[in-house]
Every structure is written in C-alpha cells, then in structure tokens.
Design a protein around this ligand. Structure first.
Ligand code: AMO
Length: 444
C-alpha cells in the first residue's frame, strides 16, 4: 500500500490507508490507546489497542488503518487533522527509540539552552523547533528571489582562503598541506572578485569568526547572505539593500504566517520608505530620547541599536532602520571613505527589531588606494595577491552588503539567543558537544 501523508487524511474518511511517522505521545486508557503520530506534513491521532499502547515516544512506525470522522464533540480545532482519526489495524515498529531524556510531548520545549543544544538531534524533532528552520528556509528563498530581482547571479565561493577576509584577530587558521590558510570570515573577497565577471552576484556562505566572547548574537560559524554589485554608487546600494531586505522579510511573512502566530510575534512593519540616518544623527536622537550621550562614540553599541530601533518603530512605524557613515577606522579595509569627510565612510548597517542584521559599503575600487588601505591596517598586500589582481585590471565603482541568516531568523521569531536559530551552533564552548560535556563523557 502506498504511503499517505498525514495532512491528506481529512480527505480520506472511510478509506484504508498507511502512514509513516514518529510517535509523539501515547495515552493508554484501559484496553484502548491513543497515539499522536507526526510526519513532515502534520500530526494525527491514531486509536488502537495493545500494539499501540506498547509504542513509546520517538519510535519510527508504519501504521495501517481506516480513517474515521471524529464525533462532533471530539473535534480538535488546533490541528489540521482535528476532524479525523485513524483506527489502527496493523502497527509496525520500524525503529525503536531509547527513553527520551525529557518530555517532548508539550507544545513548547521548556529546556535551558545547554540542554536544548546538547540533545540537538532530539530537540530538532520538536514541532516548535522545526518551525524555526521552516522560517529560515523561507528567509533563504526570499533572499534568493529578491537578489534575482535586482539582477544578481548566484555563485558559491571558497571557505578556505589565503588571507583573513575581514582582518582583525577573529580568524581560524588551518594547516593546509603544511601551508597556512584561513577559514573565511565572510565571502567578501570572492564576491568582489566576481564583479568584473558577472557584474552582480549573490552568495549564501558560511562565515567563520573566532569570536573571543560569548554573547546572545554571535556564532563562531554563521551563514551570510551577500550581494555585490558593479557600476553602482552609494544611494543605489542603499536602495538595493532596503529592497532585498524588505522583500525577503515580506516573503517570509507571507509563507510563514501560521508559524508567526504560533510564536506570538507581531506583524512586520516595513514602510515603503525605510528610515535612513547617519550614525551621528542616530547618536543625537538617542541622546535626546535617553539623556545618554554617546555622540562621541565610534560605533553604536547594542543598547544604542535597540534604542534607535524603538525610535524607528514609534516615529516611523518601521521595524527596519538603515544607519550610514560609520567611522572609516571602525570598518574593514575595503570600505570607501566618504570623499566629503574621509573620517567617515560610505558604509551602512541595517537594524531590525533592535539588532544589526546587515552591514556593507561602497568599496575602495582603485588599486593603489586599496593597497594603501591594506598596509594602513598592518596587513601584507602579498597575502591578497589574487584579490588585488582583480583591481589592477579594471574594477568599476562597486559595493555590496551581507545579511546574517541566523540573526534575521532570531529576530523574526523573537528568540532569545542566536544559537536557537542555528541547526548545530558553534561557539567558544561547543563544536557539536560542549567541550566540558565531552570531557565528562570520555572520563566515564
Ligand atoms: P559583518 O561582519 O558586519 O560584515 O557581517 C555581516 C552580517 O553577518 C552577521 N554576522 C554574524 N551573525 C552571527 N554571528 C556572528 N559572529 C556574525 N558576524 C556577522 C550580522 C552582520 O550584520 N563582509 C562584510 C559585509 C559587506 O561589507 O558586504 C561583513 O562580513 O548580521
């Protein structure tokens, strides 16, 4: 018999079918037992006798039976299959499961973050956790669509590189056949190298950062969604990033409205004109609103970002705000200084519900200027030979931007920690297992 997906069962009343799935919960009442079975399409109540009562959570099963309409007073409006149930005739256990270390039966998993991650392959089976990654998939699809709309071609780029892509100390080095190489901190250099070839590109790439601290918004391996465009000036870049950002988020809302409801998050507020401020203007607004004077600071700190987002929501009805002109010294070497005031740069961040989700800039596209910028940061141009080759042979004015996939997902669902929005998060304390946990396990 062919498998029927659980979501199809309300259309099969009176029919004999076969389903495959995982046991979510089992309730035995004397001779009669109920099991909730989940597959990729939904959840279904199955009614049976001993065979069913013997099932345990997370067993993988195959069940044949007849779909019955539920009596009126037994209808469950909360689930798509709430009008029916399956009366089991044959129950086959495809795979048993050890006893679960915690209860997976509730609507949410009330676990502390370390437990949520230590048992990741189990917690990823929970409906509410699966929804996070459905939203993430929609972010990726929305980004791809929007990037195609602005004429970008998708490329994939290396994650092992001859040089640190963002500079700074937060870089993992690799022993590459006896040579020193680095895990890319971003796809930056490669997307720029593609501009003279395809002119407009986008890429979805893993980025590795040896972040020296543990915060709720930093991962050591994050996913960046980047665009890079040739023959563009600063204002066009701002238009492009706001278009791609706005369209991506709206796409997710359209696809995942039900999940947003499950998570109790408010509707997105994305006006036709996203508010834009220079960093200095933002600092003045923050000072006026809070009395805290950060107008001489060289960057916005996380509290500043939250405050300026509050302003954008209250004054401009926007969940997004673009902040431009960060100090040149605070940005990576490839960032173009503003010709009118070179202390500040043609750079930008996009903030969403209190957090930076994107940054980017107009780039230095002149070869000599770029070599000087690399030297100014104490780096050796010899380590950028292939990158610099691009600029020697005609690089038009260009620029781009990068969205953080996990941060967007986190903010869309109002999660407390970016690790919850990463399937298998890496940080200072963990690669798969927590290092301390691994030591515990190996000493047993
Ligand atoms: P930046 O370093 O700001 O810029 O990164 C771009 C975006 O990626 C996300 N992000 C992170 N998310 C989680 N954990 C991290 N450790 C982490 N680091 C970054 C953020 C951030 O806004 N090459 C430039 C971009 C460009 O100029 O095009 C870059 O990497 O959402």
């Amino acid at each position: 018999m062919e498998r029927t997906l659980i979501c199809e069962t309300p259309k099969k009343v009176g029919k004999k079918i076969k389903i495959n799935g995982f046991v979510h919960v089992v309730r035995a009442h004397g001779k009669i037992a109920f099991a909730d079975i989940t597959d990729r399409s939904g959840i279904l109540q199955v009614v049976g006798e001993e065979d069913l009562a013997d099932l345990r959570p997370q067993y993988a099963v195959e069940i044949e039976g007849v779909v019955q309409a539920r009596p009126e007073k037994m209808i469950n409006d909360k689930i798509k299959t709430g009008t029916v149930e399956l009366t089991a005739e044959k129950v086959i256990v495809l795979a048993k499961s050890d006893e679960m270390p915690f209860d997976m039966g509730g609507e949410t998993l009330n676990l502390e973050l370390p437990t949520l991650l230590d048992f990741r392959t189990l917690t990823l089976r929970h409906q509410k956790i699966k929804e996070i990654f459905k939203v993430q998939a929609a972010v990726l699809a929305g980004f791809r669509n929007a990037s195609e709309d602005i004429g970008c071609t998708e490329v994939t780029v290396p994650t092992i590189s001859a040089s640190a892509t963002e500079g700074g100390a937060e870089v993992f080095s690799v022993d590459y056949y006896g040579h020193k190489a680095f895990m890319t901190q971003s796809p930056q250099l490669y997307k720029q190298m593609m501009v003279p070839s395809l002119e407009r590109v986008y890429t979805i790439a893993k980025a590795y950062r040896a972040e020296p601290s543990v915060t709720t918004r930093h991962l050591s391996e994050a996913t960046q969604m980047d665009c890079e465009l040739g023959f563009v000036e600063f204002d066009e870049l701002l238009d492009a990033l706001e278009f791609v950002g706005g369209k991506t988020l709206k796409y997710v809302e359209e696809k995942c409205g039900k999940i947003f409801k499950d998570y109790g998050v408010s509707e997105l507020k994305i006006p036709a004109k996203i508010p834009r401020l220079t960093m200095r203007e933002a600092q003045v607004i923050i000072k006026d609103r809070t009395g805290v004077d950060h107008t001489k600071e060289k960057d916005l700190d996380p509290e500043d970002e939250k405050e300026i987002c509050k302003w954008a929501l209250e004054e401009k009805e926007s969940d997004l705000v673009t902040v431009t002109h960060y100090p040149t010294k605070k940005r990576a070497f490839y960032t173009k200084p503003d010709p009118e005031d070179p202390e500040f740069s043609l750079s930008y961040d996009l903030l969403f519900r209190g957090l930076e989700i994107l940054s980017g800039s107009q780039r230095v596209n002149d070869h000599e200027e770029l070599v000087s910028a690399i030297k100014d940061r104490g780096m050796d141009p010899a380590n950028f030979t292939m990158y610099l080759q691009t600029f020697k042979y005609g690089m038009p004015p260009e620029g781009g931007f990068s969205f953080g996939l996990e941060r967007i997902t986190m903010k869309l669902l109002n999660l407390g920690n970016v690790r919850e929005a990463s399937l298998f998060p890496r940080d200072m304390e963990r690669v798969d297992f927590r290092f301390s946990q691994k030591e515990d396990l190996s000493s047993k």
